[in-house]
Design a protein around this ligand. Structure first.
Ligand code: FAD
Length: 246
């Protein structure tokens, strides 16, 4: 690139702020106030990503009388949960090929549990009105070379033999191009039920809202600084307070 063009580009980008795509949203909620003072609860959850928020939500759903506090060190969803690809996959083995290689004897059970898990996520999205653009799109692996099309067909045959092809369709060139009109696609394998797409940040924000609606007390900008046994429970120190969890 010529130096003058380089400086034009550099200048154009000089005030750009790197922000994860999903988090750069005018609907991004304000963080909840930080904890100041002493709190007590039955269950303390540390971390406001998917792990923490689903834990708090499930705990409250199972026992509405349970007193739950969630501490987030920065803002709910600022980390991996607010900046991922938005692929909500049923597979518990990071894909069927990987699962089949590593756990061939348990793969049917693993697939069944994964499918049930994704169904439950879909139900929870509806039950809690989590406005996260959840769509059960499925996922298509595509072949752009003839040998890849052959491999996909062989793989599909293997899945059929092993009784693992339920919900999966082999698409020839015409069928795959009906879905995605690219002349480079030679074939595809469509897993219709195994993947949903969603907006990851909106899922986090929806989970936070649902937690608060059920009575979870959420504190943001509140890192847990240390964790110590306290009687039969645990105590956590934060910059401006503490939480004792029974
Ligand atoms: C670029 C990228 C793309 C991805 N794409 C996908 C995908 O398409 N599909 C998929 O299923 N997965 C994907 N993942 C993985 C997925 O995002 C993570 O597995 C998931 O978000 C992890 O959630 P978590 O709650 O365990 O962790 P996090 O989302 O990282 O949340 C942990 C939270 O804990 C807080 N915390 C940590 N320590 C403390 C403390 N001492 N006190 C208070 N708070 C604390 C942090 O501030 C943070 O908010 C992707 C990940 C990345 C990074």
């Amino acid at each position: 690139m010529a130096p003058s063009a380089m400086s034009r580009w550099t200048k154009a980008l000089s005030e750009a702020q790197p922000v994860p795509y999903w988090l750069d949203d005018p609907g991004r909620p304000h963080p909840e106030p930080a904890l100041t003072g002493a709190e007590t609860c039955d269950l303390l959850v540390v971390g406001g990503g998917y792990s923490g928020l689903w834990t708090a939500l499930n705990a409250k759903e199972r026992d509405p009388g349970r007193d739950v506090v969630l501490l987030e060190g920065r803002e709910v969803g600022w980390a991996a949960s607010g900046r991922n690809g938005g692929f909500c996959a049923a597979s518990l083995t990071h894909g069927l090929p990987n699962g089949l290689t590593r756990w061939p004897d348990e793969i049917h059970k693993l697939q069944e549990l994964g499918a049930r898990n994704l169904d439950e996520i879909e139900k929870a999205v509806a039950r809690h009105d989590l406005d996260c653009e959840f769509e059960r799109t499925g996922e298509i692996d595509v072949a752009t070379e003839t040998y890849q099309a052959r491999e996909l067909r062989d793989w599909y045959g293997e899945l059929q033999e092993k009784g693992l092809a339920d919900g999966i369709d082999f698409l020839d060139a015409e069928a795959v191009r009906e879905q995605v009109a690219s002349p480079t696609f030679e074939a595809g394998l469509w897993d219709r039920r195994g993947v949903a797409m969603l907006n990851p940040a909106k899922l986090v924000w929806g989970l936070k809202r649902a937690c608060r609606r059920l009575g979870v007390r959420v504190y943001e900008h509140t890192p847990a600084l240390d964790l110590k046994p306290y009687g039969a429970g645990m105590a956590v120190r934060t910059p401006y307070g503490s939480v004792r969890a029974r």
